[in-house]
Design a protein around this ligand. Structure first.
Ligand code: HPA
Length: 269
């Protein structure tokens, strides 16, 4: 595994000007942050050795290098989901590559369904914790150079980054919620009973990504910060048909606010 990661990293290093210190994973309909990056290099996933190729609509599949808030960043425009048929090791492969490229912090975004009855469509939520209901991406032989066999998950989402982000949001006059994200495999959205179940087990939102990537990052000791845009509601009495197009539409309409928070937070760390 390590050899494969290093092979990919050495290919990428021949194409970039500076080592990134921040990694960013952009979720469905949330690629707009890329417009804020002063892009130096853009690599299509299909050109990168050993990289899986993204298939889902709304994910264009590029690794973007450049400056954001005066920091060298690498952004994944499009991520890999378990529901696309990838192995979990493929889903988290780019996170491992970003770590070996030199990132010190990982930022992630996603679109999700709100199951907390206090949430509205278009709300932003800072993820404080997750419940991972997809197969754990670390199942299998442990690569000791990457991390320990039994990684701690007591602070999967960095408390310091969370409080900084809350402060930033307040200063910018942007309302944010905080809560627990549950990752499910998809690709179906939930039945009303499944939404109810997710609420009962302690979720505020449900989506199809993020938790495996955060697990892989924490395995390697990388601090993580993640935000979710609530694109639909799985709240009794408010459940209506959900489509991927609607998820993308709400995400795109709300992302400017999230981008502002990400940018300022990146500037301050
Ligand atoms: N469920 C699962 N994933 C999602 C949802 C949802 O309601 N909305 C956006 N991604």
């Amino acid at each position: 595994m390590l050899e494969i990661i290093k092979d990919t990293v050495s290919y990428i290093k021949t194409h970039i000007q500076a080592e990134p210190e921040i990694g960013i994973v952009l979720g469905t309909g949330l690629g707009g942050l890329v417009n804020e990056i002063d892009i130096q290099t853009s690599l299509s996933y299909e050109k990168i050795p050993n990289f899986p190729v993204s298939t889902v609509e709304g994910h264009s599949g590029k690794l973007i290098f450049g400056k954001l808030a005066n920091k060298n960043v690498v952004a994944m425009q499009g991520r890999f989901h378990f529901y696309e048929g990838y192995e979990m090791s493929q889903v988290i492969f780019p996170i491992r590559v970003m770590k070996y490229l030199g990132i010190k912090t990982l930022f992630l975004s996603n679109a999700s369904g709100g199951v907390n009855p206090d949430f509205e469509i278009g709300d932003l939520m800072i993820i404080t914790d997750h419940i991972c209901l997809v197969p754990n991406p670390l199942i299998g032989k442990n690569e000791a150079q990457l991390g320990t066999r039994f990684p701690d998950m007591s602070e999967a989402y960095d408390k310091n980054l969370i409080s900084k982000a809350e402060q930033i949001a307040q200063n910018l006059g942007i309302k944010v919620k905080k809560g627990v994200y549950t990752a499910t495999t998809g690709p179906t959205f939930e039945t009303p009973s499944e939404y109810k179940y997710f609420r009962i087990i302690g979720s505020d939102t449900v989506g199809m990504s993020t938790a495996p990537e955060v697990i892989a990052a924490r395995h390697m000791g990388l601090p993580c910060f993640a935000m979710s845009i609530i694109t639909d509601l799985g709240v009794p009495g408010k459940i209506i048909e959900v489509t991927h197009e609607e998820v993308q539409r709400v995400a795109t309409n709300t992302e400017t606010k999230m981008t502002k928070i990400f940018k300022k937070l990146i500037e301050e760390i």
